[in-house]
Write a protein that binds this ligand. Structure first.
Ligand code: BGC
Length: 725
């Protein structure tokens, strides 16, 4: 792509007001095709002759801007007329909003950038001649109806400015980024669903609150009849407190407001330059006062990166079904161009640990290959020269040391994406980044063949954390060394797939294993047992799993694990003969468990096992998101063990499959469907007349294992029976 256009900015400072760039032009004849190439330092919304260009909300998306900035191409042929007006609003978006509450220095650099726009419109006329219209100083810029727009703090919109043509100001070109421009790589963020307000609530404090019945990420469309200048003012929240009042403390410094100044008459407005994570809205101001608020005035609009849904879980337990739904909603709300920790408070960042924890479930639920490929390319771009990978990608924290189980997203995510879709390209793209991460650890450790002396997040939010700490009590060097081994093993596997020489990593792996075994002969926590067994590091993995089972029993059949141990916990139990115990944990309704939040009305997955306590208190205001997908990772166990849909590493992408369902008599039935690149896999079991009945469909050759007995099958649908036990 050859850029002739210039980066434009207004000649005057627009402050918080997103500028609207305007170009009027006349066509020289009939146009056969018109393509608009466009990007911005911020997020843009383009309109040609009053009609929106494309459906990408929050374009150009979020990338490691210093290295990569996407541009988009839209076919705008149908939007053209003889005389045209192209208007582009540029909001702050991820580029220029404040991001993180932790260390803003790195982001400050970007925040100081102008609200730049770069666009060129390529026209091909019916007679074959061509013309090109580019951003240059002939464009003007004016203030538009959006008065303020920022990711954490929300939006202010003045509907009266839609009609009032504001004063046109000049534009000037500046040295904007060209070397970093790349064509669109990720999935577009689109409006996916609309949800009507389910309930109007007057809270004990007398506030007017609407409940959409589902926590989402997106925005609210408002339809209202008003007098000019009347106002709609909304606040957003995930939960009500135990008294039933609107609760926003857990958004921390994120203001999450939406303020709309009305025109005269009936009007509808949808903000497009920001988004919120919420289930409830509080109506602070409304034309005619709170009594005029009707649920019909508000519609929640769900935003998500466009991905095809591929996985479905259902079973006979309504609570577990609701949990499955919550996991899907967790993915919807946190797959907005970047896999984020949460969509609401002053974070919404691409935390690497969270992504590696959830990647397996994510790739079962949705076709997320393109989504991850783009994010991993950003990771590679952000990787430091010494191989270190940041805690978040895009890395707005830069200064912070890397952490085990977070940086390991560099090896785990590409490997899982490869297994899910069978496409070697992700390994080709990421292999150097994978090796770089392992090499970083090799260079950074204090003690050879382990990773000691680093600064880590530990078993984040583990229940065995000492009072006042977020870090579980598993030893951090233990976790770091275990992941060092695991990442090295994945580099070796990826290298084999790619036909690379991995002999040095094989030698390294042998040494790590040996050193790990001699340094850590005993395990102190559930998570330590889980890692030792799941990564195959224990001298005796069965003994590690036995110890894990014992520890679970000893504390009243409950898990104590955090972000690091939880994803593998049930796998270790079922791999080593404790499937019934794994089901017990999955089906447990009391705190701590996956279903406890569901008993408390959760519609997404909580960050904390006890985000809301039994007595209705919040565990804290500081770190208490109600839409954090990490613990939703357990659904990968449901797909792959309970329903038994297994990926075979030698046949990635389900080219050949193994289906080995494991029923449990506390459920009547369970079903999983996965739409793979080779067709649909379905596995269902149901209790019938003293036994189990299995219905299994495979689109490819495979092995079906029922009650321990394997059979080789071709593509087709099959029925099997087995005794109850
Ligand atoms: C995020 C987490 C993240 C963690 C690591 C939190 O603030 O929300 O999900 O992984 O920090 O320190």
């Amino acid at each position: 792509m050859e850029w002739i256009a210039k980066w434009l900015k207004p000649t005057v400072d627009f402050g918080d007001v997103p500028p609207v760039y305007v170009k009027n032009f006349k066509l020289a004849g009939t146009v056969r095709r018109a393509s608009l190439f466009i990007t911005a330092l911020g997020v843009y919304e383009a309109k040609l002759n009053g009609r929106r260009v494309g459906d990408f909300i929050l374009a150009p998306g979020w990338t490691a801007y210093r290295k990569r900035l996407q541009y988009q191409e839209y076919d705008v042929t149908q939007l053209l007329q003889e005389q045209n007006e192209l208007c582009v609003t540029v909001g702050k978006g991820w580029y220029r909003s404040r991001l993180t509450s932790i260390d803003r220095e790195r982001q400050l650099e970007l925040m100081k950038s102008p609200p730049g726009l770069l666009a060129q419109l390529a026209l091909t006329y019916a007679d074959g001649s061509r013309d090109i219209l580019v951003t240059d100083e002939s464009w003007c810029v004016r203030e538009g109806p959006v008065r303020f727009s920022e990711l954490y703090d929300g939006e202010i919109y003045d509907g009266n400015r839609e009609e009032e043509a504001a004063e046109c100001r000049g534009t000037e070109s500046f040295e904007g980024p060209f070397e970093t421009l790349i064509p669109q790589e990720g999935e577009e963020i689109r409006r996916q669903e609309r949800i009507a307000a389910a309930r109007l609530i007057r809270t004990p404090k007398g506030e007017t609150v609407l409940d959409f019945g589902q926590e989402i990420a997106g925005y609210v469309a408002v339809t209202v009849k008003a007098r000019k200048g009347e106002r709609v003012d909304l606040s957003f929240a995930e939960v009500l407190d135990k008294e039933g009042n609107f609760y926003t403390e857990n958004y921390r410094t994120a203001q999450c407001r939406y303020h709309y100044i009305c025109r005269e008459g009936l009007q509808t407005y949808e903000p497009h330059l920001t988004f919120w994570g919420f289930r409830y809205i509080r109506v602070n101001q409304f034309p005619g006062g709170g009594d005029m608020v009707q649920p019909e005035c508000f519609t929640a609009v769900v935003l998500q990166s466009r991905m095809n849904r591929t996985g479905y879980l259902s079973c006979s337990d309504p609570l577990l079904n609701r949990f499955f739904e919550n996991v899907i909603w967790g993915q919807k709300g946190n797959f907005i161009d970047v896999p984020t920790d949460c969509p609401q408070r002053d974070e919404r960042l691409g935390w690497t640990g969270d992504a590696q924890v959830f990647v397996r479930a994510a790739c079962l639920n949705y076709d997320a290959e393109k989504f991850f490929a783009k994010w991993l390319a950003d990771m590679k771009a952000e990787q430091k020269e010494n191989g270190s990978v940041g805690l978040i990608i895009p890395d707005v924290l830069w200064s912070v040391n890397p952490s085990a189980a977070w940086g390991d997203a560099a090896t785990i995510c590409p490997w899982q994406v490869y297994l899910a879709y069978g496409n070697v390209r992700i390994l080709e793209q990421q292999y150097s980044c994978m090796c770089g991460w392992v090499d970083y650890i090799t260079g950074a450790t204090k003690d050879r063949y382990l990773w000691t002396g680093g600064e880590h997040c530990g078993d984040w939010l583990g229940l065995d954390a000492p009072a006042g700490s977020y870090r579980g009590s598993s030893r951090e060097d233990f976790i770091a060394s275990a992941f060092y081994a695991y990442s090295t093993s994945l580099v070796i596997k990826a290298g084999h797939v790619l036909g690379r020489d991995v002999s040095s990593y094989e030698a390294l792996y042998g040494k790590i294993l040996e050193t790990f075994r001699s340094t850590y002969p005993v395990y102190h926590t559930q998570t330590e047992c889980v890692l030792a067994a799941f990564f195959g590091l224990a001298q005796d993995c069965q003994a590690a799993a036995d110890q894990l089972a014992e520890m679970i029993m000893d504390c009243g059949i409950q898990l104590m694990t955090g972000f690091v141990g939880t994803p593998y916990l049930l796998h270790v139990l079922s791999d080593y003969g404790y499937t019934e115990l794994a089901y017990t944990l999955l089906l447990r309704r009391e705190y701590p468990s996956w279903l406890y939040p569901v008993t408390k009305g959760a519609t997404t997955v909580w960050e904390h096992w006890d985000g809301i306590r039994e007595n209705g208190d919040f565990w804290s205001a500081d770190m208490n998101s109600f839409n954090h997908y990490a613990y939703g990772s357990v659904t990968d166990w449901v797909y792959t063990v309970a329903a038994g849909i297994r990926i075979r590493e030698e046949y990635p992408g389900y080219e050949k499959v193994t289906i080995a369902p494991v029923p449990d008599s506390r459920l009547e039935w369970l079903e999983a469907i996965v739409d793979t690149r080779h067709g649909q896999i379905r596995s269902r079991w149901q209790r019938r007349e003293g036994g189990w009945r299995y219905e299994i469909t495979v689109p490819v050759e495979g092995e079906i294992v029922i009650h321990g007995k394997p059979r080789t099958v071709g593509p087709g649908s099959y029925l099997f029976y087995s005794p109850l036990k």
